[in-house]
Design a protein around this ligand. Sequence first.
Ligand SMILES: C[S@@+](CC[C@H](N)C(=O)[O-])C[C@H]1O[C@@H](n2cnc3c(N)ncnc32)[C@H](O)[C@@H]1O
Length: 490
Amino acid sequence: MTPESLLDGRVQLYCGDNRDAIAAIPDNSIDAIVSDPPYALVSIVKRFGKADSAPASGNDAYARASAGFMGQAWDTGEVAFSPDFWRECVRVLKPGGHVIAFSGTRTYHRLACAIEDAGFEVRDMLSWLYGSGFPKSHDVAKGIDKRRDDRDDILAVTTFVADAADAAGISRAQIDAHIGTSDMAGWWTSRLAHRCQCPTPEQWAVLKALLGFGDDMDAEVARLNERKGEHSDTWKGARIIGEYESAPRMGFGDHRFNARDSKIREASDAAREWRGWGTALKPACEPVCLGRKPLAGTVAENVLEHGVGAINIDGCRVEQRFPANVLHDGSAEVVSLFPVSVSSGGKQTAGHDGAMRMGRTSGDGANAGGLGDAGSAARFFYTAKADDHDRAGSKHPTVKPVDLMQWLVRLVTPKGGLVLDPFAGTGTTGEAAFREGCRTILMEREPQYQDDIRRRMRLALSGPDERRRESIKAKVEDKPFDPGSLFANL
Ligand SMILES: C[S@@+](CC[C@H](N)C(=O)[O-])C[C@H]1O[C@@H](n2cnc3c(N)ncnc32)[C@H](O)[C@@H]1O
């Protein structure tokens, strides 16, 4: 695989799978790896079936069945969690070279184990704190009163389908791929009452043809489908305590509502008892693994021989303070978590000149952390979450702030060093390294993000106006301009 040369050769872009691309990189040639691999937030079992399931066929359906974070088919862990892949990273790094890899709170352990199993020494875990995450918690009290009383009947259907699938030797992933659904076959073939779901009549017909079972369950499936959308039995039996005049906002308290019914009903005793209980915390942190390839000798011998092995403490100081393993987005929400609150300030950036200084402000008043202030939040590196400037016109769902990547590149890369990002996305690591005067090797498999990298590199030297213009152009090119209703009535 031959890389594309961008920014006069300072950035080399490999367009393809990093497992193929990395084979072209010589041993002991990279100074640092700074990367943001997929977090694989949908479990591999849910996505592909059991470990011994046969691979699914059919490209489009398979891609849908493989959908991960926000429906992104690339959000998988087969490379990011593979010690074999990270062993290749060990091979290409110079002795003592560092790896920095982002991850999700639910899958950090898999990434860190793979990195360690590959031969890296895990040196630390950094925490990137932010205020913008939304809790995806299931309201337990609401769930209690929404329950239907036909779970056992549905379970009988799904057990029947599971037996038929096992007899036919067809995996859950193959069923999903055949029907074009994502993660549904597991529900239709569940042997667990809390995880079963009745297929629709259309899905039932396809399942019947695929798995070759008879008509025994047809009537039952039709009956269960007719009940879909009906209120739960607890709901129907609940005492009516009022009536809404207009549709209320979704919510749950001492009373509840159903979109099809304007009656206000009393919550059951059981639901009331579980009021305020949920299933998930608000996401506010991304763990970042910091590892190091084993040193050849002592740190002193290693840095003299290979030019890597240490981290850049002075270059990453925050207002003279020692750099910490906590980073944050400067949002009022995060800053307020620190015991001493701080006054207004701007977005701190690690500047081109190497000095920590005030940079762009987010313009939304979110930067409550002031650097000149002695308050506690200010002692940690902070930069607002990725904004339009960082996105440079991309629609990638997980663009990182370039300032954040720049601080991390600076932390582990010697002056003029060579950085590798095998999961490049839109190339923020490349732009960050360029700002630091470093060279980068980027690897990205998805063509649309390869285009984003090319655009980012074209814009790396342009001023904010041109960057804004090009970003808008990229968005418009993606979606043809629609003049909207302005001329609609002419
Ligand atoms: C979390 S995103 C990185 C986003 C990046 N930090 C940014 O700021 O734009 C991970 C990227 O890795 C890419 N990727 C996943 N598996 C890959 C593989 N095996 N080879 C090359 N790229 C891969 C995905 O397409 C995705 O764009």
